[in-house]
Design a protein around this ligand. Structure first.
Ligand code: SF4
Length: 343
């Protein structure tokens, strides 16, 4: 029997947004997909050794994940992420990522670095599918079309689960592992509707998915909020049509895809203040786009009199410090909520 081609996907950056699409497509083409292990100290340190000092922690971690796959796969899947919506691009570090990883001192397997660019849809995405197929030497157009259609269906299901408040790891298990969607809900409030329990504190946890959902680099911020019995709302829970409205209202949109998502979500929630008691913005130290996103959110929150906490993460972030800051912030929000109810 012919051995399956092994393709490795680093568990970092755009993984949290596109993994179901990529994995389904590659598997339907006949490849075996392997993902890197969960982020840990070694993955981070391996990444730090090979990246420039001023890179943000998500980029350092991405390098560590890519290196984790060396020796285990025939191909490393590192698409050049250009644009996911045809409006904005990914940040410059995403654009240069395949080159950054390739020019480290580490010998890599063959790299699939085709452009992911939805501009000119459906042509953009079609191009992506065809080029990935060619990279692993699949040329049968029927097989490619079937794989692409299947991948798009799975990706849509994944996005719907995120919209319902499921976290990416559980939503990934659900759409790729066949688990029941009902069993893994976070219990968080669904944005766009009133919080499930009005007595619970509701917090908008804003930030890039690869910072929020990687428990190692975020020092477990999401699960800490869960354990503090907080309703958590992330940008994935807000329908795109609600967020997109702010692209027309804001005097200037950002150039970067994830920055716009985070900012539009913040604006939407500030316009619908009854949904949240406060905002936590998780930002990576050394992130250029976040210098603007963080300030914009902070000023908008101040203008709307909504408490705002900026949580900066880097490789030295400690669990204890994050826990203390979260507890203090949530206590303050709970006291404010109780006072407002009483008065
Ligand atoms: S947007 Fe910021 S955190 Fe994300 S990769 Fe770019 S510099 Fe790093």
């Amino acid at each position: 029997m012919k051995k399956k081609t092994k393709v490795g996907i680093p568990r970092a950056l755009a993984y949290y947004t596109f993994y179901p699409l990529w994995r389904t497509f590659l598997e339907k083409l006949g490849a075996e997909v392997i993902i890197s292990k969960q982020t840990n100290r070694k993955v981070l340190e391996d990444g730090i050794k090979e990246t420039v000092n001023d890179a943000c922690i998500p980029i350092k971690v991405y390098h560590g994940h890519a290196f984790d796959l060396v020796g285990k796969v025939d191909y490393l899947f590192m698409p050049r992420m250009i644009s996911a919506d045809g409006l904005a691009t990914f940040c410059p570090k995403f654009l240069g990522l395949p080159d950054m990883v390739r020019y480290t001192g580490v010998t890599l397997p063959r790299v699939i670095d085709v452009r992911y660019n939805r501009s000119g849809f459906p042509g953009g995405l079609l191009r992506f599918f065809i080029q990935v197929s060619r990279a692993i030497e699949v040329r049968n157009p029927f097989k490619i079309a079937y794989a692409a259609a299947s991948a798009l269906v799975v990706q849509k299901k994944y996005q719907n689960l995120l919209l319902q408040g499921m976290k990416p790891p559980q939503a990934i298990d659900s759409v790729l592992g066949g688990k029941s969607p009902g069993s893994d809900k976070t219990g968080s409030a669904k944005a766009g509707s009133a919080p499930a329990n009005p007595n619970k504190v509701s917090v908008a946890l804003l930030g890039y998915p690869y910072a929020i959902y990687d428990p190692y680099i975020s020092a477990g911020v999401y699960s800490k909020l869960d354990s503090l019995n907080v309703n958590v709302i992330t940008y994935e829970q807000i329908p795109l049509r609600h967020m997109r409205r702010f692209s027309r209202i804001m005097p200037q949109n950002f150039f970067w895809y994830y920055s716009n998502q985070v900012c539009w979500a913040g604006m939407y929630l500030l316009e619908n203040k009854e949904l949240i008691d406060g905002i936590i913005h998780v930002t990576a130290f050394g992130c250029g786009p976040d210098a603007m996103v963080d300030k914009t959110l902070e000023l908008e929150a101040k203008h709307s009199a909504v408490p705002f906490l900026s949580l900066t993460i880097d490789e030295h972030t400690g669990e204890g410090g994050v826990q203390t800051r979260l507890e203090a912030f949530v206590d303050m929000l709970a006291a404010k909520k109780a006072k407002t109810k009483a008065g």
